[in-house]
Design a protein around this ligand. Structure first.
Ligand code: 0RA
Length: 642
């Protein structure tokens, strides 16, 4: 603030310093909305709802609200209602406005009341409801208290109707209604799926809290109520829904030095680890002190039990923490005042004392559980020891493949038909099912930018294998070398040799298995490739349609119908392609490979929970969930016409 401005603020008596603060604050928010809500696209729009919901959940955390109701209205507005104490309405002496007006119009005014409880203030959250107000065309706040309903209205953050009672009413609570500003946001379309995921998560994290989501934009309207008496125990139950757990869920909660800790965990007969950590209801995807404390506690408890019972001999090395995490699903949730959020996306908890606190609680609880349940303890230690053996075997296989490649001059596998272009950004690699389709693709490709790697059906053998078998598989090793990134600790996405990795398989069952296996492999071993959206699926046509000399292609039955129309089918010659091999090089290029005419599906991992579920379903032994998934799967990959 410039010096003279400061003087004006301090000297202004009639209009009040507070009002000037308001205008400045809201102006800043409207000028750079991205700084307050992340962006002005889908994410930022949904952030408005989260902000309003977080306020209501805070009131629930303080023990004063039990229900939160989110409604998506027909006109594109949203309301969030709670049955808490109601935002205070008394006039604040310094600001000379009712407290509710201060909360709604001043940046970061939320904490001023010393409300107690655990104020969420990390990352993009906790920026204050005034940000929602500033970014809304209209906003109405209603507070129920003192036997009345009080109402105040705003436009783009500015008060247009002062607080006044509008009706009599029993009880207490707060209603926030807002219409996001169309001049700020690129989209105004709230997504049911996005909101329900977060609201369900909040219900898991706040045991007993009932959150309702209601969509009035659709006919018939849709409504779901989330309430979990089990809290995060229910969360772990949900995550392990499709797995085979090897013991009942272990949970603990406690409070130490003002830090509230809740942990639920369960090992399943699975290979991957699924640990979600939260601090003040924020998903700490970058981890932090609570996660460190948890992991160390688990590792130490498992090792100490294994030694005590002689499962590990004195001369045996200890199990690594990673080995102890294999097949583990866990939710670690902490709540504390003044959390420090660090890291690139401000989702890493930095408060060091939280590590010791979580460590202590989890270590004690596990020691006790193991002592009380020797049968389960043995099963868990066995599982971790198997993981250690598999990891050792995988390492040997990796070392072997590294050495093999080193012998091979160029370092690139002989089966790879590389492109001439050396710039990864302008290069793509087709992973093609079968040598014969590989040959066709080689002839049909643009040799400058398109590389071809044929994969044999043998890759199917690793469908249910452990890591060591996967790495022993020749096809997989070849692929790793061709991509150039290395794996595991050596993985370096900067070394990726192609920025489009295109899976091209037949449109039959084997083809879909190979595709899913490859996606599973990428998800488990090279997840960054999915996260950075480098992976695509080629879309070969299902039919060739010829009429005289004119050749057409159909990618679905609907398209086939559209091409043939009402014409006499005798004019058309329709060929159904059962595999890539039925096309010649020119056809394959025109329909599936040529950048100017092909279609590609881009594969992404948007959602850790869903991704974990989908691969568990596909990798697991249970048949029914796998069927369900394969049906749902087609919808989960984004359709992109490139
Ligand atoms: C400050 C103090 C009190 C309640 C609240 C804020 C409050 C804020 C929000 C935001 C959404 N819903 C809310 N409910 C309550 C306590 C007031 C008292 O002691 O009566």
């Amino acid at each position: 603030m410039a010096k003279h401005e400061k003087e004006i603020v301090e000297n202004s008596t009639s209009y009040g310093a507070a009002q000037i603060e308001v205008l400045k604050g809201l102006e800043a928010v409207r000028k750079r909305p991205g700084m307050y809500v992340g962006n002005t696209a889908e994410r930022g729009l949904h952030q408005l709802v989260y902000e309003a919901v977080d306020n209501a959940v805070d009131e629930a955390l303080a023990g004063c609200a039990k229900h939160v109701r989110v409604i998506l209205h027909k006109d594109g507005s949203c309301s969030v209602e709670d049955d808490g104490r109601g935002i205070p309405i008394d006039v604040m002496p310094k600001e000379r406005m009712p407290a509710v007006e201060v909360v709604m119009t001043m940046l970061h005014a939320g904490g001023k009341f010393g409300k107690g409880g655990y104020k969420v203030s990390g990352g993009l959250h906790g920026v204050g409801i005034s940000v929602v107000n500033a970014l809304s065309e209209r906003m109405i706040t209603r507070v129920k208290r003192d036997g009345k309903i009080w109402e105040i209205q705003f436009e783009r953050g500015k008060t247009v109707q002062k607080l006044k009672p509008i009706d009599k009413a029993e009880g207490t609570g707060t209603l926030q209604w807002f219409l996001p500003d169309r001049s700020v946001f690129e989209t105004l379309d709230f997504h049911w799926d996005i909101l329900q995921k977060r609201l369900r998560e909040l219900a898991f994290l706040n045991r007993g809290l009932e959150i309702t989501l209601r969509d009035e934009r659709v006919d018939p309207l849709k409504e779901r109520v989330f309430m979990y008496e089990g809290g995060i125990v229910s969360f772990v139950e949900h995550l392990n829904d499709k797995k085979d757990p090897i013991h009942p869920i272990i949970s603990t909660n406690g409070e130490r030095e003002g830090v509230l800790v809740e942990v639920a965990m369960q090992w399943a007969d699975a290979y991957s680890e699924t640990i979600f950590s939260f601090a003040n209801n924020i998903n700490t995807t970058e981890g932090g002190m609570h996660l460190l404390g948890f992991r160390t506690a688990v590792g130490n408890a498992v090792n100490s039990y294994a030694r005590k019972r002689g499962m590990l001999k004195e001369s045996d090395p200890s199990l690594s923490t990673d080995d102890c995490m294999e097949g583990l699903t866990a939710v670690v949730s902490v709540k504390l005042e003044e959390p420090q959020f660090e890291g690139q996306t401000k989702t890493k908890l930095g408060n060091t004392r939280v590590r010791t606190i979580v460590y202590g609680l989890v270590n004690e609880r596990l020691d006790f559980f193991f002592e009380e349940n020797p049968k389960y303890a043995r099963a868990i230690v066995d599982k971790c020891m198997q993981a250690a053996r598999a990891r050792e075997a995988a390492k040997k296989a990796r070392d072997l493949s590294r050495r093999k490649n080193a012998l091979d001059g160029s370092g690139l596998p002989g089966k790879l038909v590389d492109c001439t272009n050396a710039d990864p950004k302008a290069s793509e690699i087709f992973l093609v099912e079968g040598d014969s389709a590989g040959g066709t693709a080689k002839m049909g490709r643009d040799f400058r930018s398109q590389a071809i790697l044929p994969l044999r059906g043998k890759i199917l053998n690793v469908w249910k294998a452990r890591e060591d078998k996967v790495f022993a598989n020749e096809e997989i090793r070849t692929m790793i070398t061709a991509l150039g990134t290395g794996i595991a600790a050596d993985f370096d996405i900067g070394k990726l040799r192609y920025h489009k990795i295109i899976i091209m398989t037949d449109a039959d069952v084997d083809g879909s298995h190979i595709r899913t296996l490859l996606l599973t492999f990428f998800y488990q071993q090279m997840r960054a490739l999915l996260e950075e959206k480098f992976i695509y699926i080629a879309q070969p046509p299902l039919y060739g349609v010829r009429r005289g000399k004119k050749q057409n292609y159909a990618f679905s039955d609907e398209e086939l119908k559209a091409i043939i129309g009402d014409a006499d089918p005798k004019e058309f010659v329709v060929q159904q392609y059962k595999g890539l091999g039925e096309m010649d090089a020119e056809q394959l290029a025109d329909t599936t490979m040529d950048i100017s005419s092909r279609r590609l599906k881009q594969v992404t991992v948007e959602d850790g929970v869903a991704a974990e579920e989908m691969f568990t379903t596909l990798m697991g032994d249970k048949v029914e969930p796998r069927k369900e998934f394969i049906q749902a799967y087609a919808r989960s990959v984004k359709n992109l016409d490139l």
